[in-house]
Design a protein around this ligand. Structure first.
Ligand code: MN
Length: 472
């Protein structure tokens, strides 16, 4: 453990001295648990320290100036951000001054927190530990906090593709919001799993044998279905559990993208895939950046099983989302909108940049079209047009080269320029819903390395890589 973290623990312990949680434990157990969660997520040192200190401003005599002089401006900024939102009422008051127009809590919270994404991550770690220890609170508080978690924090974890966190938050919260239903569904799931146990084992063995025969390195495990997501699906399908095809799922993790597709083909050679249930989230990632191949198959003994095939990196990202991308990109996310610098985020998280800009505009009193923002934040896809009027759908965040490679790799490989709605624009221009996109090509222009920075979809990236490798 670093000296700075040790110092933070010492100061926080002294500051919270004598305070206890509702459970009777010393208060410091909470910030320390939050710290541990942030460390597990692989967050940077400043964020971990801010996690240790996150309740000191509100609950102790410690001041922001003290934190600033001991640990520096970035840590103080993070603690300040978390403090502003720790009290739900004052947090919401704060939101009201910026956003009187909307009652959408998730949107409001996102915008208020948009200044430094790490504030959001600390807030999520804080909420996770509070949910894990919710039983110590009186029932009326339990319900209120659980509801807020379902409405705001679990969807937020989903937006950040923090899959493991989303499942834990939602399932704990649901067990408090509707304990009877929770237990019922838990029993139903257990029963189903028991009944299918043999079939799952046999399927795993058959697939394992095939993969070994093909000399493919892999890891395989089952995935546990979240009770809350089962509840939501049952509501959608009139409580008909037979309409839900992903109750049983097997996950296969391999070394690279090519192998993902190979494994998909192999599975289809063993089992009959269900019509319309093959989903390529590698070429077309979900908006939160989730990537995987999904296919639902019918086994010889008539069980329906979903396979999820992905690389190790995709898997880490699906489990830990934004936190994992810190890890992979080693990004230093210290700047905030106040310094006028925009954070450098991976392209699938560009919506965060958009959020930061919106937050800045709101604080400056500029007008913001929230409807449009909401559309951009929550829609999975945009539809754009070729000059002839053909519709091309792309994930939100797509750039002209994604469009070009989608039309044809020959077109993608010779892009000279692009017109959007009749005007020349740069290759960094994000395409918007309804844009008419015209690609100008030249035989002399060929693909080059710098294009990797101007691409959003995995599909285009793959095509570009192929072209560069083949030297065309
Ligand atoms: Mn806290």
């Amino acid at each position: 453990m670093s000296r700075r973290i040790e110092k933070a623990i010492k100061l926080a312990t002294e500051a919270h001295e004598g305070q206890t949680r509702k459970s009777g434990e010393a208060y410091i157990s909470h910030p320390l648990a939050v710290m541990k969660i942030l460390e597990d997520w692989g967050m940077d040192e400043d964020t971990v320290i801010a996690g240790v200190l996150h309740d000191t401003i509100e609950d102790t005599d410690m001041t922001l100036e003290q934190i600033k002089s001991e640990f520096g401006e970035p840590v103080a900024f993070l603690v300040d951000g978390v403090t502003k939102l720790s009290d739900a009422r004052s947090g919401m008051r704060d939101l009201d001054t910026y956003l009187p127009q909307t009652k959408d809590n998730l949107l409001r919270l996102l915008i208020a927190l948009g200044s430094d994404i790490r504030v959001l991550i600390i807030k999520l770690a804080d909420r996770l530990h509070n949910m894990r220890t919710l039983s110590a609170l009186p029932p009326d508080k339990q319900k209120k906090i659980a509801k807020e978690t379902l409405e705001v924090f679990a969807p937020l974890a989903d937006r950040l593709n923090m899959g493991r966190l989303r499942v834990e938050l939602a399932d704990i919260a649901f067990s408090y919001v509707d304990p009877k239903r929770y237990t019922e569904l838990q029993k139903i799931l257990e029963k189903r799993n028991r009944a299918a146990e043999k079939s799952i084992q046999k399927t795993k063995k058959d697939v394992a044998n095939l993969l070994k025969r093909e000399k493919i390195q892999y890891e395989m495990d089952g995935r546990v279905k979240s009770i809350y997501s089962l509840h939501k699906k049952l509501m959608k399908y009139d409580q008909n559990i037979d309409a839900i095809y992903d109750l049983l799922a097997i996950r296969i993790i391999v070394n690279d993208i090519t192998t993902c597709y190979l494994v998909l083909g192999l599975i289809h050679s063993l089992y009959t895939p269900m019509d319309g249930r093959v989903k390529d989230y590698i070429a077309m990632p979900k908006q939160n950046g989730y990537q995987s191949l999904h296919t639902t198959v019918i086994t010889p003994d008539k069980r329906i099983i979903e396979f999820q095939i992905r690389t190790k990196e995709m898997h880490d990202y699906a489990e830990h989302g934004l936190a994992a991308s810190f890890w992979y990109n080693e990004q230093k996310l210290t700047e905030n909108y106040r310094t006028g610098k925009i954070q450098h985020l991976p392209t699938h998280l560009l919506w965060i940049t958009e959020l930061q800009q919106t937050a800045a505009h709101l604080r400056e009193g500029k007008k913001v079209d929230l409807k449009k923002l909401k559309l951009n934040l929550f829609a999975d896809k945009i539809f754009v047009y070729t000059p002839k009027g053909d519709i091309i759908d792309l994930p939100v965040g797509a750039l002209p080269l994604d469009f070009a490679y989608r039309l044809h790799s020959e077109i993608g490989g010779h892009v000279m320029g692009v017109k959007v709605n009749g005007k020349m624009v740069s290759l960094n221009t994000r395409l918007k819903h309804g844009d008419v996109v015209e690609i100008l090509t030249s035989k002399k222009q060929t693909a080059n390395m710098s294009w990797f920075d101007k691409i959003f979809t995995a599909h285009a990236r793959q095509k570009l890589r192929q072209q560069l490798n083949s030297g065309k």
